[in-house]
Ligand binder design. Structure first.
Ligand code: NI
Length: 227
């Protein structure tokens, strides 16, 4: 069953999701929820979906980057993004550790903000510790686009959207992205949108936090993932 994806403005997208209890994982309700999310994601289509996006404030997300989703990118674009197919999998109660600084920027979108994209700086490499749909622990080390997807989905579980992290002046409609920016080399996009070069003089990452605070965040995530 396809479930309605909620759009930005719904409070559930801005709420920290709660962890699933051990007895909930593997329950028929959770299994059904995962199946509905899988159908919803394939129908959208998209490469990741977090439970808050279907109105469930739970620390549950799914990821699947099918080879056919990559057909509109050239070999060079796929290589630059380090984008490779990712089989379907489930993340429950995930903890993420950034293994590099968030300085790899590409346009990304979100099913909860249909019709728009923005340039988002992300870490190239991450480590994720989570449980799968059977409650078994899993560890993932991901690079490139897969690392980006994981950061995006796990952000959803904390009530964070890509617009909180994007270079705000890069925000544009998908139509205009396809018409004006899609075929531009990354160097030109950086020139146009990087906060240090766009004439505003503002620092990268417009979260309103200082680099020190952001480092603290990374350190906190690192600590959590090892405790
Ligand atoms: Ni999203």
């Amino acid at each position: 069953m396809r479930i309605k994806i909620v759009n930005v403005g719904e409070p559930v997208l801005r709420t920290a999701a709660r962890p699933l209890h051990p007895e909930e994982i593997g329950s028929s309700r959770t299994r059904e929820l995962i199946e509905h999310m899988r159908e919803t994601l394939a129908d959208a289509p998209g490469v990741g979906l977090a439970a808050p996006q279907i109105g469930e404030p739970l620390q549950l997300a799914i990821v699947e980057d099918r080879v056919e989703y990559q057909a509109n990118l050239t070999e060079a674009e796929l290589a630059e993004r380090e984008r490779r197919p990712v089989p379907f999998h489930v993340l429950i109660n995930p903890e993420i550790q950034l293994l590099s600084s968030p300085d790899t920027s590409f346009f990304e979108g979100c099913l909860s903000l249909p019709g728009f994209v923005g340039m988002v700086p992300r870490a190239r490499k991450v480590r994720v510790k989570a449980l799968n749909e059977n409650g078994e622990p899993i560890r993932i080390e991901a690079v490139g686009w897969y690392a980006r997807i994981l950061q995006h989905e796990i952000d959803h579980l904390k009530g964070t959207l890509y617009i909180d992290r994007m270079w705000s002046r890069s925000f544009c409609s998908v139509d205009n992205y396809n018409r004006l920016w899609k075929s531009k080399p990354t160097s030109e996009l950086l020139q146009a949108f990087h906060p240090r070069t766009d004439g505003t003089g503002r620092d990268a990452n417009l979260s309103g936090k200082s680099p020190e605070e952001r480092n603290d965040e990374t350190a906190t995530d690192r600590h959590r993932s090892t405790s």
